[in-house]
Design a protein around this ligand. Structure first.
Ligand SMILES: Nc1ncnc2c1ncn2[C@@H]1O[C@H](COP(=O)(O)OP(=O)(O)OP(=O)(O)O)[C@@H](O)[C@H]1O
Length: 260
């Protein structure tokens, strides 16, 4: 089932075109990485897909046109992990995670079970009683992911959810996402770590130059030539039984600085 469908979407910011001709789908059972250089429009695209930023074109969540969805209805099918990890009030981590249950009219027991499961998934149990404002950057990021997971929405849109996480927690998050999509959810995740994307995403979408440049299986999209063209860096790609291994080596040869 298609959880997110964008067709010929066009997004502007302050009258300036950010992305044009954006067509993509996210299905149940897949983690899709949205990649691209700083400022190429990944955050704006995620926000547009949730109706948080104006955009032209066709946008559907779980088969329903975005414009026909009330905010509560949308929040029941799509959860968002924002790039910014600011938490305004010193509520406990458990209370923060419980905010993910607001769109639902579930029983208290159901809400509690979802919150407890999300806290455990993100390994926040020792921090559950702490004020969320007193967490480290990475701990705060995990708390916000937990809030989205508690929401129980089939579609997860996460903006750089691994930013600020140590390697163990970054990999654990990708493993968790894969487990959740295997149970029937779908995820669109912006990432700057090309190695994580290559190894843990089912598909990737590469944005740049005001459009989507390529989408498909990670190694079909993330070719050394394309990465050099889009990011200006040289990569080494190999693989093992666990999947692709992609390592950034340095600036593209001849691009100035580093490996010349
Ligand atoms: N509040 C804003 N007002 C006007 N333009 C903005 C605003 N925020 C971002 N932009 C511009 O919109 C474009 C897309 O930004 P966006 O944040 O979507 O990029 P991104 O791909 O998510 O970048 P990053 O990888 O750095 O997070 C950029 O050119 C950026 O400068």
């Amino acid at each position: 089932m298609t959880l997110l469908r964008l067709k010929d979407v066009r997004i502007e910011r302050r009258g300036r075109r950010v992305l044009d001709h954006v067509s993509l789908e996210v299905h149940r059972g897949e983690v899709v990485g949205l990649l691209g250089p700083n400022g190429c429009g990944k955050t704006t695209l995620l926000r547009a897909a949730l109706g948080l930023h104006p955009a032209a074109g066709t946008m559907e969540i779980a088969g329903v046109p975005l414009g026909q969805m009330a905010p509560r209805e949308r929040a029941q099918v799509a959860a968002y992990v924002p790039q910014e990890h600011e938490i305004a009030w010193p509520i406990s981590v458990a209370a923060l995670v419980a905010l993910g249950r607001l769109p639902h009219r579930a029983s208290a027991a159901e809400d509690a079970a979802a919150v407890e499961a999300a806290i455990d998934l993100m390994e926040l149990r020792p921090l559950a009683g702490r004020p969320a404002t007193d967490l480290s950057g990475g701990e705060r990021a995990r708390a916000l992911v937990a809030r989205a997971l508690a929401q129980g929405a089939p579609l997860i849109l996460a903006d750089e959810p691994t930013a600020g996480l140590d390697p163990a927690h970054a990999v654990a998050l990708m493993v968790t996402l894969r487990r959740l999509v295997a149970e029937g959810r779908g995820a669109l995740v912006t990432l700057h770590d090309l190695g994580l994307a290559a190894r843990w995403c089912d598909r990737v979408i590469l944005a740049g130059h005001g459009r989507l440049i390529a989408q498909g299986r990670p190694l079909d999209v993330l070719t050394p030539e394309r990465i050099a063209e889009v990011y200006g860096v040289e990569v080494f790609i190999t693989g093992d039984a666990g999947g692709p291994i992609l390592q950034v080596l340095g600036p593209q040869r001849g691009a100035g600085g580093g490996n010349q």
